[in-house]
Ligand binder design. Sequence first.
Ligand code: ARG
Length: 425
Amino acid sequence: MGKGTGKVVLAYSGGLDTSVAIRWINEKYNLDVIAVTVDVGNEKDFEVVRQKALRTGAIQAFIADVKDQFVGEFVFPSLQAGTLYQNVYPLATALARPLISKVLVDYARKEGASHVAHGCTGKGNDQVRFDVSIQALAPDLKIIAPVREWRMTRDDEIRYAQEHKIPVPVTAASPYSVDANLWGRSIEAGVLEDPWNEPPEEAYAWTINPRFAPEEPTYVTIEFERGVPVALGDDPETTQRLDGVTLVSRLNELGGAHGVGRIDHVEDRLVGIKSREVYEAPAAIVLHAAHSALETLTLSREQRRFKEIVATEMAQLIYDGRMFSGHFRDLSYYVASTQRSVTGTVRMRLLKGQAVAVGRRSPQSLYDFSLATYETGDQFDHSAAEAFIKLFSQGLRTQARVQLGAGSSQEIRRLVAPSIDEEAH
Ligand code: ARG
């Protein structure tokens, strides 16, 4: 092939959708397809995928290994920020989309393409993330989303593939829609669409069922520098410095072997639907727990409180595909500044599906034993407490006297446990 009127760079996964897309774009738009498969740690045989793209009709096919950049510029900053969407989802899929978009745009520039294409449906978050990121980076590039456009069922697609001699995977199609990268595996659809159904064991690939996990814990020591994990070990004396990709991969294995990182969640999508989502993210769960344990020691109370607000905001921006925005940049600067003191070591215990911080220490620790202890050596000024409380409660006492009544049982209930049935009166 190679007789189109222009070129399009397609994010190619090797699956049925994007394979059909190569031929479909070719026919419908008369564009030559350049397939780009982005390696963010999704455990594929990338050379096989590349060859398949060429056999299916792509004029060129590239593999872009951006694992280091993914971990260094997307995953670890998100760990530092503490971003968990709706308090549970470490955002693996969401974090990868802007980087994949960047890679697509780079290839489009290099190869002189006028279009970029991706295989997202019209119901999900991923289409929004791709489109928004691409539009931010390259407003002149046109976007094609074949799956959003063609409205073929899976059977239609298989028929189309057979007619066009596109290799259809021989293995039985997974009953789920799965996306995976180094930071986690996202599983949706099939029986999971009924939020009442317990996820079947077969939905999981990275984690053992905690029931069958070892009875004995594994302890892992993690060293952080300015909020970035830099070393791992069985104990604090033997930690080993590792690059980010290796460190995350190793924690995925260690955590997965103890059943750590299974998440079962009903999530609010950006497009206004609730959706049942199952995730496996062993490394993310271990590292978030370890990182926040270190922050408990090294950040002040105000920093911890405000940073949580920032994290909620940033998680939503990542989820919504708005990382390439001034707002996200500004919040990132705040987070980076907080991480100056987040250096130290955390000891984690992995056991039966749980990752728990059991020890933490830091050269920047704000924990002062002589202030905290109830034993001998206590330096805390007990006599200052009474005057402190007197001023601390000043305004509250005035309000209680003037506005809140004397404090009968009835008044107490109105203050702290009002009944909404009474609102009408
Ligand atoms: N709900 C998750 C998200 O929006 C996961 C999406 C998974 N994508 C997929 N193509 N299976 O980030």
